[in-house]
Ligand binder design. Structure first.
Ligand code: XUL
Ligand code: MN
Length: 342
């Protein structure tokens, strides 16, 4: 239990505060200011959507040039691109889904844009493509055929794997929002899809704490499940206050015990030792001023590292003996005592 950790976040985590009910409440930081903050606050990785990295309306030649400049900027700053994710959900073409859309033109657009994201990932030096299936689901159960949807997941992932023999595909599953009901809503579902693809060894998982909670699941147990399959290739740590919209709250700020349980399982199984990042996907509270609107990132990182210390204070032999005697009341109190500093 002596791993060290590398942290990452995405540019969208430094946010202007707009929500579906109102305008922005802070002015933007420039992209360069976001990267400067990452370096200053000790982050090593940057997560990208395709259009966070480059203007995807550029020609391919212009795109290559812009990506070479971005890669150089990252290198010069000592930063690395963790992953690239196709942002399929904001295009009018894919409002009703990308690869599970009923419309062949939408499916074609989704695949072409995703293949372009593979190229963007490679140009930025990462082999990780993250898929959050935002609109791959339904508002009305009969709107799409769920059996066909699962088949289309397999076909789509196969097309990505075939396009680049080195790319790895990480599913980031979420049960709802923006859809009422998402297809392939959990880690287990996506690993089942992975097993049907042409190369399951290149298909894995990124687990977001809040997504697991929204599915009524315990994030640490989802993480343990993926670790058991050797498939936990990324995390989006954050927190969530009950079953509502995806809040992306600062890690550990709602339920410190639930945060502890995640750090416990990650640290116990040397998460990060194969280059995996401790990724954050968090947004600061809407009412924060611009001056205070970066603290959620440093506070999440600090909380994670403080919990690593707490995890390492645990005496595994005490835990084992309390497990053996089924004394779970005492085990609960033991962990709480460590968290309380006792
Ligand atoms: C949405 C979400 C996304 C992914 C990347 O809930 O988590 O930002 O992390 O596309
Ligand atoms: Mn996420």
């Amino acid at each position: 239990m002596a791993g060290t950790y590398r942290f990452s976040f995405g540019p969208w985590n430094i946010h202007e505060g707009a929500d579906p009910f109102g305008p922005t409440v802070r002015s933007s930081f420039s992209f360069k200011e976001k990267l400067d903050f990452a370096v200053k606050a000790g982050f090593a990785g940057i997560q990208f959507h395709d259009d966070d990295a480059v203007d995807i309306t550029l020609s391919l030649a212009e795109q290559d040039k812009a990506l070479a400049e971005l890669k150089k900027m990252l290198d010069d700053m000592g930063l690395e691109a963790e992953f690239v994710a196709p942002r399929l959900w904001e295009n009018p073409m894919t409002v009703d889904g990308g690869w599970t859309s009923n419309d062949p033109a939408a499916r074609k657009y989704a695949l072409e844009r995703s293949l372009r994201s593979v190229e963007i990932a490679r140009a930025l030096g990462t082999d990780r493509l993250v898929l959050w299936p935002a609109r791959e689901g339904t508002y009305c159960r009969e709107a799409k055929d769920p059996k066909v949807a699962a088949d289309r997941f397999v076909e789509y992932v196969n097309a990505l794997l075939a396009h680049d023999k080195g790319i790895r595909v990480l599913g980031e599953m979420k049960p709802n929002e923006p859809m009422d009901s998402a297809f392939v809503p959990t880690t287990g579902h996506f690993l089942a899809i992975a097993s049907r693809t042409s190369d399951p060894s290149r298909v894995g998982i990124l687990i977001e704490s809040a997504h697991a909670i929204l599915a009524g699941l315990e994030p640490s147990e989802e993480m343990g499940f993926a670790l058991s399959f050797g498939k936990l290739w990324g995390v989006h740590l954050n927190d969530q206050n009950g079953l509502k919209f995806d809040e992306d709250k600062t890690f550990g700020m709602v339920n410190i015990r639930r945060a502890f349980s995640q750090v416990y399982v990650l640290d116990k199984y040397n998460y990060g030792s194969n280059g995996e990042y401790v990724g954050l996907d968090i947004k600061t509270m809407r009412t924060q001023t611009k001056d205070n609107s970066l603290k959620h990132l440093s506070n999440s990182k600090r909380c994670f590292l403080a919990l690593v210390e707490k995890v390492r204070q645990c005496d595994e032999s005490v835990i084992e003996s309390l497990r053996a005697s089924h004394d779970y009341e005492e085990l609960d109190a033991y962990i709480t005592g460590i968290l309380l500093g006792g």
